[in-house]
Design a protein around this ligand. Sequence first.
Ligand SMILES: [Zn+2]
Length: 91
Amino acid sequence: MRTEYPAGTMELTLAVKKIPACPNCHSPEVARKGARYRRLKAAPIGLMPVVLKAEVPQCQCKSCGKTFEVSPPLPKPTCATPGDWAIMSLP
Ligand SMILES: [Zn+2]
């Protein structure tokens, strides 16, 4: 399914600044293997529609080899640790 947004839509990227420790063995030695993006509609700013592009990094533990994804702190931002995330405007 694909949604087209009209010109004038503001797109924000929610990027992960810090990869957490391995959920399996808690080793901090974790490598990024890539990422995919989850698109979410956010509250409009004024009359401008806003789309959030949340990065979902794919990671692999260097210690035990387990692969895992880092879910963005959505749809419950209050449960997140905001210091590990940054909202950036796309150029
Ligand atoms: Zn591990």
